[in-house]
Design a protein around this ligand. Sequence first.
Ligand SMILES: O=CCCC(=O)C(=O)O
Length: 325
Amino acid sequence: MSTDVLPSDTADPSEPEDLISVTLLPPDALADRLKSGLLSFPVTHFDADLRVDEARYREHLAWQSSFDVAGLFAAGGTGEGFSMTSEEIDRVVRIAVEEAGSSVPVLAPATGSTAQAIAQAQAAQEAGASGLLLFPPYLTEASQAGLVEHIGAVCRATDLGVIVYSRANAILADVTVAEVADRNPNLIGLKDGIGDIEQMTRTYAKVGDRLIYVGGLPTAETFALPLLQLGVSTYSSALYNFLPEFALRFYAAVRAQDRVAVYSMLNDFVLPYIDIRDRTKGYAVSIVKAGLTAVGRDGGRVRPPLTDLTEAERAELSALVGKIS
Ligand SMILES: O=CCCC(=O)C(=O)O
């Protein structure tokens, strides 16, 4: 298993320069790239039998990477990585690197047990991914000391930059974030899936710019403006899947701290959108696929344990999308 990652200053002459410059970024360069813009978390398309629909996924990736985004996280939360086998994740990551990797850094998930996350991290490096998003371990509760060991084991298994996802059974205290940042040079970021203002404040106060910070709550636009003030570097946008121009306009308004523009877009779309989203657990992903269908790009169905929007909810969403399109 090759573990050497060619940083751009030792490019392989047989590789086209742009491929080396985007997909094989050293961790610190990846961090700088990711914090510079909005982050794409593409859905993964499934066919009528809920198998990965490669053709439609490729088409979606080509569209998503044609706009100015800083990174693309394959098989992330919105990508339903939690519903895939390791083999499917590897396949989806390889497709994403092929389809989008020459224009935007592609990051892969590392999920589940420590052993599984290590195997996925090494497969992702082999597949040409630029970095990793380390998800919480599966199911079990864990102590902070146990999470430090889990995160360290995965970081040591790869040369890629790693972003750790604080959420669910893996909520990281500020002192834990400081410890894993100190122990793991290739740990480049923290994705916040909690939205606790005090916790984010304490973490940034203690760790500062040693890490980048990704706002990663469902429909992250809702929290983007206040989180920016706490030190959060950027955020992941699921809305970007079906309203890329809107999502980029929203991101620009957040960066400009244009409160009037941000609240206008929150009122016009985001808040009514999350009213639909909040009707059923898991809709944060299902509504994105329904949004793709609403804009004329079939998003397909979600896999269990998620459920799809009802026809009435789809009609409500289409009407909302129609108002801002
Ligand atoms: O707004 C979106 C959150 C997307 C995300 O962070 C994920 O899919 O994991």
